[in-house]
Structures are given as C-alpha cells and as structure tokens.
Ligand binder design. Structure first.
Ligand code: NDP
Length: 491
C-alpha cells in the first residue's frame, strides 16, 4: 500500500504513487473443460480439438473444436434451413425483439463477458469492461432499431435479406467484432455462420448461451471454431451468400481472389497504418493523451491504431518529451488488474512479429525508447515503444506492426502532412490535432482514410460507419451503411 506522510502541518501526501494491485475476480466466469461447435442450436462434438490459453500466463483455459469442412457444411445447412423456415420472413419488429433481448442480456452479463475477454485475449479489464462490452451491447440495440425500418432506410428499393452470411473475425476485439457482424445480419433477416479467431474463441462460445437465453430460433446463428482452415472452408462453401471478413490484408486478398466471379457479396475490413497528425496550435497535453490512446489502447492490436505520429517540427521536441514522460506512467501487466493500461500480447506468434519489426526499426537506424517497466516472466509481453528518427521508407513506417509500437515522423506544412500521411497502401483511419476548425475540415477532405478523428482518437459508435480505402478493404460496418452489405435490392 502507498504510505501517507502524516507528519508536519501540511495536508497528508502519499510518499509515492505506486498502485496497489486491484485484480478483478475470475469467479464470475464458469469455464467448461471442453466446448463443441454450436450448430442448429445444439452443441456438436468436433472431430478435432485444440487448447485455448491465457496469453498473460500461458495457462490452459479450455479445449475447443477445430471445425472441419464437413462441420462447416453442417453449420451452413443449419443456417440455410433456419433462413428458409421462418427467420427471413419474420416481420422486422419480431426480429428486433430478439436483438433487443440479446443486447439486454449482454448488459446483464457484462462483467462475466469482460473477465472472459481479458482472460482469453490479454486485453486490460478496464478496456473490455468500459469499451468492448458497452459497444457490443450498443451494436445490438442500434441494429434492433433498424430491423423494422428497412423500407424507410432504403425507400423504393425493396430491401430483402441476402441469405446465409459467413463471417470471419479476428482476435483483437473478439466479442465486439462478433456484434459488428451478427447484429446487422440478423436485423436484415439473414442467418449466420461465424468463425472466431483461433486464439480467442471463448466469448463467442459464451455468446451461444446468450442466444439460447434469448430463445433465438435454432440455426439462425451458428458458431464454428477453428483456425484458418475453418475460415477457408466457410469462404469456399457454395451455400454461403455473403462473406464478411475482418483480419489481415493478405488473407483478405486471398478471399477476394477466391470469390471473384462467384456472385457472392463480400466486405473486407483489413489492416491499417494510420497517421495521427499533431499541429503546433493544438492542446498539447490533450494530444499526448490522444496519441497514447491511439497506439497503446489494446496493446496496439487495433486496425485503426494511430501507429504513425506526424509531429509539426515546431513542437516536435516538447511533444516527444511529454510523450516519453507519459509512457513512464503506463502500467503494463495483469490484464485482470483494474489499474492495468497495457495488457498481454495476444499470442506467441504476434509477439514474434512485433519483435521482428522492432528489430528492423533498430537495424534501419531509428532511435528506440521504452520506459523502464518490469514485464511478467510468463506469458507474452512487449513494453510500450516509441521510435524517433524514423524515415518514411523504414518498415516500421510502412508495415502494420499491430503492437504497442509508435513511429514518430515530422512535417512542416499542412500539405506536407497530407502527402506523408497518404503515402501508405492503407487507408483506414487518421487523427488530426489542431485548434482550427477550418483546418480539420480541409484535412478530413484530403486524407484518404475511411475515418478521420479530430482532437480525439479511437472513438467508436454504432451509428457511425467504419471501413477503409485501398488495402484497408471495402464496405462499411456500422450505421445505416452497415445494413447495405446484408441486403439485396433486386425485384
Ligand atoms: P488473419 O487475417 O490470419 O486472421 C483473421 C481471421 O481470418 C481469423 O479468424 C483467421 O483464423 C481467419 N483466417 C486465416 N486464414 C484464413 C483463410 N485462408 N481463409 C479464411 N479465413 C482465414 O490475421 P492473423 O491473426 O494471422 O494476424 C496477422 C496480421 O494481420 C496481424 O499481425 C495484423 O497485422 C493483421 N490483423 C489485422 C486485423 C484487423 O482488424 N484489421 C485483425 C487481425 C490481424 P485464425 O485465427 O485461425 O488464423
């Protein structure tokens, strides 16, 4: 505990600001030894299994199914039957009731889901509790509201559901990505086969319990766990009408090639290398908080992370000084501790990728800064990192690191900032920090990015469309735009 100096006339002041541990209890989560595949409202025994672990401790959490092509076929068949046998013709107001129920149950069970998300994925509990869970519930609430208003959303276009949606999601926001995918699909009258990421299947499997509690008709949502082979089987299945994918650009391109000419609908939400641009007239301390949130939130495992900081030359030094001082206060460690700011890296593989890219940064000549912090011995960890003296051609300025690593670059004029920011194959997001409203609007028009945040970063809202340009993918999720990929408009 922090000692308080009570001697003398002054008001008591703590001798230091060390935080006492504040771990969240795991008791709220009742893990099963083994999970099957959720198909047609029932648990199916998979032919193959694998173990899922906690990346913070490498502790085994449960055995889960590795769905084969035959298992995927069973799930698509169940989804097709549920589509034909009532779900697609149910009035929108009835579908909305299920979505509202799911949203409310997620809120009621938020603590259980947040603890499990942190346990299986390594993210700090304060993020899963305050960001992932509220936003996941909000997505279901929001799309519940659209379910009976599709005719008004798309007047005179006779919107109809597409059919069976195959949805493949990554490990960085497991439950939130599930909500982004499932909520609009169901609101539009589709049925779903969803594949969670190999390393983070547990909240999706707990979600099956929510579906049962909400009495969603069997087969409307099917969940098949497994690695990339399961995802590929889902993409290749003839009975799937639409694929929604969030993940790496490489796999996204392979999926696009596979589906070309098939007539299946496709949306891709892929990687990014966002520019967070700080002008000399901004509120500097506020910008430092935005930079920290932009790149260290969720260990930097964020497709829209502000991984390239562009500092205007006139404020470069004070900005970097403040940033380094702020980094010293970040607490890295136990994801279940409520004080933790930066949790565990999601997997050994991801850690290796981060280490390799950081090594390339050093080798190419950038200066590295890491605050003094003791990393736990077990599990996968990486200290918050800032690179200065970075050239645009370095790999750390070009490639998505997907870890807590920031590359700092500089600019002199707004035109130069735009040119450098757009000098990337990606185009998912960007941040602008300035006091001038006119400059914000001008920058937002020039930046080739799906989302531009002004004087804030990493803000999400179900009413706002999200998606990219160029190699960051196509299609939008969220808002009214997020309905369109799940509808067809033919006569
Ligand atoms: P992937 O693109 O491999 O994973 C995304 C999802 O696709 C997972 O469910 C994955 O399964 C599945 N998948 C893998 N291969 C195939 C395939 N051939 N066909 C269909 N589905 C497939 O990303 P990684 O997890 O390998 O991460 C690699 C890099 O991608 C990261 O370092 C990061 O740079 C980037 N990334 C970007 C994300 C984003 O939100 N934009 C999210 C995640 C990663 P499985 O989990 O078993 O591999």
């Amino acid at each position: 505990m922090t000692e308080i100096d009570r001697t003398g006339d002054r008001a008591p002041v703590p001798a230091d600001w060390t935080y006492a541990p504040a771990p969240e209890s795991r008791d709220v989560v009742k893990l099963r030894e083994r999970y099957g595949l959720f198909v047609g409202g029932r648990w199916i025994e998979p032919s193959e299994t694998y173990e899922t672990i906690s990346p913070a401790t490498e502790e085994r959490l449960a055995v889960v199914g590795q769905a084969s092509a035959a298992d995927v076929d069973g799930a698509v068949t169940a989804a097709r039957e549920a589509f034909a046998n009532g779900w697609s013709s149910l009035p929108g107001s009835e579908r909305a009731k299920y979505l509202f129920r799911i949203a409310r149950i997620l809120q009621e069970r938020a603590r259980e889901f947040a603890v499990l998300e942190s346990l299986n994925g390594g993210k700090p509990i304060k993020e899963s509790r305050d960001v992932d869970l509220p936003l996941a519930a909000a997505h279901f609430f929001y799309y519940a509201g659209w379910a009976d208003k599709l005719e008004y959303a798309f007047p005179n276009r006779r919107p109809k559901p597409v059919g069976v949606a195959g949805q493949i999601i990554p490990w960085n926001f497991p439950l939130l990505m599930l909500a982004w995918k499932i909520a609009p699909a169901l609101a539009c009258g589709n049925t779903v086969v969803l594949k969670p990421a190999e390393t983070t299947p547990l909240t999706a499997l707990l979600f099956c319990d929510v579906l049962r509690q909400a009495e969603l008709p069997a087969g409307v949502v099917n969940i098949v766990t497994g690695d990339g082979r399961t995802g590929a089987a889902l993409v290749e299945h003839e009975g799937v009408d639409k694929i929604a994918f969030t993940g790496s650009t490489e796999v996204g391109k392979a999926i696009q090639r596979r589906l070309a000419g098939s007539g299946k609908k496709l949306t891709l939400e892929l990687g990014g290398k966002a520019a967070n641009i700080v002008f000399d007239d901004c509120a500097l301390d506020q910008a430092v908080e935005g930079i920290v949130n932009g790149i260290y939130f969720n260990q930097g495992h964020v497709c829209c992370a502000g991984s390239r900081l562009f500092a205007q030359e006139s404020i470069y030094e004070p900005l970097v000084d403040k940033l380094k001082r702020r980094l010293e206060t970040l607490r890295v460690g136990d994801p279940l501790d409520k004080n933790t700011d930066v949790g565990a890296i999601n997997s050994a593989m991801q850690l290796e990728k981060i280490q390799e890219l950081v090594e390339s940064g050093r080798a190419e000549g950038a200066d590295i800064y890491q605050p003094p912090c003791r990393l736990p011995e077990k599990g996968y960890w990486f200290a918050p990192t800032v690179f200065t003296n970075v050239a645009q051609s370095y790999r750390i300025a070009q490639e998505e690191i997907f870890g807590p690593v920031l590359s700092v670059l500089t600019f002199r004029t707004p035109d130069e900032a735009v040119e450098k920011a757009n000098n990337t194959p990606y185009g998912l997001s960007a941040g602008v920090w300035t006091e001038k409203g006119s400059r914000i609007l001008w920058m937002a028009q020039q930046l080739r990015a799906g989302v531009v945040w002004a004087n804030t970063y990493n803000r999400f809202d179900p009413t706002s469309p999200f998606g990219g340009y160029k190699e960051s993918g196509f299609g939008r999720e969220g808002g009214l735009h997020g309905l369109e990929p799940y509808l067809r408009f033919d006569e």
